[in-house]
Each structure stands twice: as structure tokens, then as C-alpha cells.
Design a protein around this ligand. Structure first.
Ligand code: MSP
Length: 671
């Protein structure tokens, strides 16, 4: 292995046909987090992002805006860069496909593949979707001549022209063998299976040029044609390394990770691109990982076409305005919220309210309060000087160590939310620790020794949490370190600081406590306000009481109502919840809300009626996993016996089905 090889990570290059949104921001932030994490562990890392500018849809957007194309792409490329900088995205390189360094490499790749017979001229007759930048054969297209992608359905363009083809069909077997021999190549696992099925269905040669209409990369020696945007775009990853002439391109290539959204995975990143690399005799990227989407309430991808997801800077600004936190803290909050909310391998609904609610619970309340309470009490009881502990709290030391391990494993598996959950378990434990130790009583009773242990333990836990969070919230970690009197910065911090307990020196002076993430008081829409203010009144938790005693101001609003009757665990265990696979679904005549589902619960087949017809089409349910109450007395409705009940979240009267986070054996118990 080349000892100078950097950990090389890439995002897709984004089309400059519209402004960035939190879809692109998600992928870019995840890459940034991985790059920072590896850097922190002492490995040189190299993080590439950029913009995809040679596409017909970019020209279309420029024309619509009545701006010359070059000026249009320059402006948007600038906006992407500025957005990423404000979100603390520390990319090492930003590639634009209109740059000569990219154009030259694309033409070189084309020449080499043509020379070896992998590119040939032929006649293309078929269809093109500009919105998807994808070719479709006659057999893929219905009589309506609309894009077959259910999320697009735009009118297609008829194409009948001479063009160049890439001999993709020649690579099916080699690709499949490679994929099977290298399980880390295509991730997550279920997507690898999707790719294998796609290859097995037969790879067809791909049209890779179109007639030159004034925008695009000209075909070498045949400038009447330009190169198809996808064939050009994937080459950015290689072009940015300096291949083939730069002496050190192998210090970057092969990429360690291409992180992409699932829509551009199977056809482009998991088949076309690796086949092109095989044709060039170049090593393939180590891992290509596909993540899911932000979706709207109906499960549809949110983005430029559908709207519904905000510009990241506008959302961060809103968080800043609502909370009073400085913009840089709000930008970090947004990074955290995206990674924590998103179940990375699947789809996640984007809901502004969940983001703002989580800001309050996780950042203002859990993390902000822990730091604030600890520093406040050190100021009060030890004149702002970190006390000397006479012993270590072994349980907490152990938990901190386990947290770092879990975090490391989760990031290695692209489970960003799990990594953050681990850190929040530590934070949650520390908030309970304060409740258990009641340092204000220790102070009142004059137990200075134990008080020192308690407060030192809290500050150390804050230090460890800040260190673990540094890749995700670089500015906030800096603020946390400053708050506990440390000069640590994200540029100098090392991973060992997260795994070593006791690095905060007694005698260090802490500055006056500042609320790092002030809570959002007015996040809710006016009609929801009443409900929240009612629940605020019943909030007299232990935490609230002790906060008053220690003199720390309150944080986020607790939204739990105390109305539900309390049941014992035995009562709960009477309810048998099981995972079931939906094998068939159909409407129930004369019942607009009901669907009749056939489900398999382990070996058993059952019929269940569910009031979900307003939210789901029968066909989209087939294949899904659901959770059912398996021991409910059967009940006849509309002449059909329902043998159980399906669990669903009630969102303003709309039923959203509850599903296991990942696929599990049918019949699995839920508890
Ligand atoms: N230009 C191509 C990519 C070429 S890569 C060689 C492209 N660009 S895009 O602007 O449409 O960006 C697509 C990427 O943006 C997705 O793969 C994903 O990384 C991100 N997302 C766009 N919408 C998204 C969501 N709704 N949710 C999550 N990520 C999304 O395709």
C-alpha cells in the first residue's frame, strides 16, 4: 500500500440548475464529517466536492432565467461554494466540470476507451429525459411518452441520431465477479443486491454523446458531438487527482468513498463508472455508498423539482433568529440535526418542526444544559477553578470509553445517527448523574471532596463529548472547550483526547457560563402554541426542581403530557407486537379509508383491515414490513374479519405506518 495515500472522499457533483438545499447539504456534511474524523485520527484526508455544469438541464434553467449560461453556472457554482463554507464544510478541492482540468481528462478517457474498442459509433433511436438526464429505450417507455421514473413523469424528447456508444454490455460478468468478491465495494448490502439484479437483467451498451448544441464537452476529433453529461460527470473524481500526468495522482486514487444518493447509484455509480474504470485498467473506488432521501409527508423525494426542503443557509438563519444563537452555532446545529434525523440508508421525512423540536431537546436542553450546569456550579462553588477530584467515577469513565468505541464503529459503517445517539447516551447519563449526586446538597452539607468529584466528572464528560462531536459541530465543539477553560481547537484536536479520561487539568479557570444553544421559544405555529403552553405548565420534573436549587436557568420546553394512564410492564407484555410482511393489499369496497392487507407473521398468514387508504396506495404497501398487534380479538368490519391491528403514527388524523428501522425476519417480536 502507498504510504502517502490519503483517505479520499467525494460527494456527487451537484447540478447547477438551482440553489443548494438540505439534500445536497446532507451528503456534503456527511463527507465533511468523515474527512474531519479521519484527519482527527491522524490520517491525511482529501475531500472533493464540486458542480456538474455541462448538462442540458443547466442550459434549460439558464434560458428560463434569461441569463447567459456561463454567467448562470458561475453564479451558482459560487453559491454552492459559499453555502458550504458557511456550513463549515472544509472541502480540500472543488471541481467544476467546465474547468479545463476536467474537460481534458474527460476527452482523454474518451480517447483511450475509443482506442481500445470500448466506444463505437452507431445509431441511437429512443428517448431522453432532460430532467433526469437519462436515455430510455422504446421498450422502457409507455404510449404516453412520459418519463418512466414515477417521480418525474415529464414529456420525453424523441432522439434519432448517430452517436457514440460505450460497450457497457461487455463488463457485466467482470463487474458482478468484482462486486461479489469485494463486499465492501457496494454498500449498504441491500443496495448491492439491487445492483446485482440490475446486472443480471443484462447491461446494455450506453449512448454517451449527443449532437453539439453549443454546451457540453466536445468529442475528441468529432466536435459536432458532445459527451453525455453522466459519462462526463463521473470522471470528475479521477480528474481531480491529476490523472494521468500529475506525478502524485496515486496519492489520491482510488477513492476511499464515493457517497451518493440512491437515485444515482445503480445505473451510474455502481455500474457505468466502475465499468469505465475497468476499461481504463484503473483500480475501482474502495466503497460506493448510497444513502436515502429527505422525503415529504407522502414519502416522495423532496428537492428542486418538488420543493419542500429549504436552502441550508436559510434554515440555519432561521434557527439562529429563533434561538438567538450566533449563526455559526446555528449552522453547526443544522449539521447535527441533519445527521441525527436522517436514517442514512433509508428515507426520512423532512419536517421543520422535528428539526426545531430536536434543537430544543438535544442541543439546548441535553447538551447545552449539561455544560451550562457544570460550569455554573464550578463558578459558584469553586470560584470558577476546576477542582481536584480525589477519585475517578469508574462507571462514567467506562461509559465514556464505550461511547467513543461505539461512535467510531458507527461512523465506520456510515451510521451517523447511531454515532450521535451514542454521544447523547453519555450526555443523558451525565444529566441524570447530576440529579443523583445533587451537588447543591453536597455543597450545602460541606462535602467538598465529593462535590469536587461530581463537578470534575461532569466537566470531563463535557470535554469528551465535545471531542467526539468535533467532526460534526466544529464551531460548537470549540465553544464547549472554551467554556470549560481549554485552548483545544478543531485543527489541533486528536482522537486520543476522546478516548483518554482525565485530560482536563485541575486548577484550570473556566470563563463565566454562557448559554451555547439558547432554546427556541417560538418555534411552533400559532395553532400549536396553546397545546405546548399547556404542557409547559405541567413540567415540574426533577431536573426542573434541581435546576432551581443549583441556580441554573431552565432550557427547552418539555412537551410530554402527563395524561395517559400508567400501566405496569406486565400489562404491557400482554400485548403481542410482531413484525409482519405485507404480501397483498387491496381497497375495501365502500370504505374509502380502509385497505385490506394480507400479511405474513412468521409462518402464519392473516388478513388485517387498516385505516390507511388515504395515505397509501395498495401497491406501495406490498413488500413493506409493518408492526401488528398479533393477539387482538378478531373483529368483523364491512363483512371482512380483521385478524389483528397495524401500528401507525397519528399525524393530525393521518395514519403513517410504523416500520422496523431495518428489515428483520417476519414474525419478530416487538417490545
Ligand atoms: N449531477 C448529478 C450527480 C453527478 S455525480 C458524478 C446529480 N446532481 S444533483 O444536483 O441532482 O444531486 C444529486 C444528489 O443530491 C443526490 O445524489 C444526493 O446526494 C443529494 N440529494 C438531492 N436531493 C436529495 C434529497 N431529497 N435527500 C437526500 N439527498 C438528496 O444527480
Amino acid at each position: 500500500m502507498n504510504p502517502d495515500k490519503a483517505y479520499y472522499i467525494t460527494t456527487p457533483i451537484y447540478y447547477v440548475n438551482g440553489r443548494p438545499h438540505i439534500g445536497a447539504a446532507l451528503t456534503t456534511t456527511c463527507c465533511d464529517v468523515l474527512a474531519r474524523f479521519h484527519r482527527m485520527r491522524g490520517r491525511r484526508s482529501w475531500f472533493l466536492t464540486g458542480t456538474d455544469e455541462q448538462a442540458p438541464k443547466v442550459v434549460e434553467a439558464a434560458q428560463k432565467a434569461q441569463i447567459p449560461v456561463q454567467q448562470f453556472v458561475d453564479t451558482l457554482a459560487g453559491e454552492f461554494q459559499a453555502t458550504w463554507r458557511r456550513l463549515h464544510i472544509a472541502f480540500d478541492d472543488f471541481i467544476r466540470t467546465t474547468e479545463p482540468r476536467h474537460v481534458e481528462v474527460v476527452q482523454e478517457v474518451f480517447r483511450r476507451l475509443r482506442d481500445r474498442g470500448d466506444i463505437y459509433k452507431g445509431l441511437y433511436q429512443g428517448w431522453y429525459c432532460v430532467a433526469d438526464e437519462t436515455y430510455f429505450r422504446d421498450s422502457d417507455v409507455g404510449e404516453d411518452h412520459l418519463c418512466p421514473n414515477p417521480e418525474c413523469r415529464r414529456p420525453l424528447e424523441r432522439k434519432s441520431e448517430e452517436c457514440y456508444f460505450f460497450r457497457l454490455s461487455a463488463y457485466g460478468d467482470r463487474l458482478r465477479q468484482y462486486i461479489e468478491a469485494n463486499p465492501e465495494f457496494l454498500q449498504p448490502d441491500f443496495r448491492r443486491n439491487e445492483v446485482i439484479r440490475f446486472i443480471e437483467s443484462g447491461l446494455r451498451d450506453m449512448n454517451i454523446t449527443r449532437v453539439n448544441d453549443g454546451w457540453g464537452i466536445p468529442v475528441p476529433d468529432d466536435p459536432d458531438n458532445v459527451i453525455y453529461v453522466w459519462f462526463d460527470a463521473v470522471i470528475n473524481y479521477l480528474a481531480a487527482t491529476g490523472w494521468p500526468h500529475a506525478p502524485d495522482w496515486e496519492n489520491l486514487w482510488p477513492a476511499d468513498v464515493h457517497l451518493v444518493g440512491k437515485e444515482i447509484y445503480v445505473r451510474f455509480h455502481a455500474t457505468l463508472w466502475p465499468a469505465m474504470l475497468m476499461g481504463l485498467d484503473l483500480p475501482l473506488p474502495r466503497t460506493v455508498y448510497a444513502h436515502g432521501f429527505w422525503v415529504d409527508a407522502e414519502g416522495k423525494k423532496a428537492g428542486k423539482r418538488t420543493g419542500g426542503i429549504p436552502h441550508p443557509i436559510e434554515l440555519a438563519q432561521e434557527i439562529s433568529d429563533l434561538s438567538g444563537a450566533p449563526f455559526e452555532m446555528a449552522a453547526d446545529a443544522l449539521r447535527y440535526l441533519m445527521l441525527r434525523e436522517m436514517v442514512f440508508h433509508g428515507d426520512t421525512e423532512y419536517a421543520r418542526e422535528s428539526f426545531l423540536g430536536r434543537y430544543n431537546t438535544d442541543l439546548a436542553n441535553d447538551l447545552g444544559n449539561l455544560c451550562n450546569r457544570a460550569v455554573n456550579m464550578v463558578t459558584r462553588y469553586f470560584d470558577g477553578v476546576v477542582p481536584t477530584p480525589t477519585r475517578a467515577e469508574e462507571e462514567i469513565v467506562q461509559l465514556a470509553r464505550e461511547t467513543a468505541q461505539e461512535y467510531e464503529t458507527a461512523l465506520g459503517e456510515f451510521r451517523f445517527n447511531a454515532a450521535l445517539e451514542a454521544v447523547w447516551r453519555l450526555i443523558g447519563r451525565m444529566n441524570r448523574y447530576i440529579e443523583e449526586k445533587t451537588p447543591w446538597k453536597q455543597a450545602k452539607e460541606g462535602d467538598r471532596e465529593e462535590l469536587a468529584v461530581t463537578l470534575y466528572t461532569c466537566l470531563e464528560a463535557v470535554r469528551v463529548a465535545a471531542t467526539l462531536l468535533a467532526p460534526v459541530m466544529p464551531a460548537a465543539s470549540g465553544a464547549l472547550w472554551r467554556q470549560i477553560g481549554l485552548p483545544t481547537t478543531v485543527d489541533t484536536v486528536r482522537w486520543e483526547e476522546a478516548t483518554t479520561w482525565g485530560l482536563l487539568s485541575p486548577g484550570t479557570t473556566v470563563p463565566a457560563p454562557q448559554p451555547l444553544f439558547p432554546r427556541i421559544l417560538d418555534a411552533v405555529k400559532p395553532d400549536e402554541k396553546k397545546r405546548v403552553s399547556e404542557s409547559k405548565k405541567v413540567e415540574t420534573t426533577d431536573q426542573e426542581k434541581s435546576r432551581k436549587e443549583e441556580g441554573t436557568p431552565p432550557a427547552a420546553t418539555g412537551e410530554q403530557s402527563a395524561e395517559a394512564p400508567v400501566i405496569t410492564i406486565d400489562e404491557f407484555m400482554k400485548v403481542q407486537l410482531r413484525v409482519a410482511n405485507v404480501t397483498a393489499a387491496e381497497p375495501v369496497p365502500n370504505a374509502s379509508k380502509l385497505l385490506k392487507l394480507t400479511v405474513e407473521v412468521g409462518e402464519e398468514t392473516r388478513t388485517i383491515l387498516a385505516g390507511i387508504a388515504e395515505m397509501y396506495q395498495p401497491e406501495e404497501l406490498v413488500g413493506k414490513q409493518v408492526v401488528v398487534v398479533a393477539n387482538l380479538a378478531p373483529r368483523k368490519m364491512r363483512g371482512v374479519e380483521s385478524q389483528g391491528m397495524l401500528l401507525a403514527a397519528d399525524v393530525e388524523g393521518q395514519a403513517i405506518i410504523v416500520q422496523p428501522e431495518t428489515r428483520v425476519p417476519s414474525g419478530s417480536r416487538v417490545r
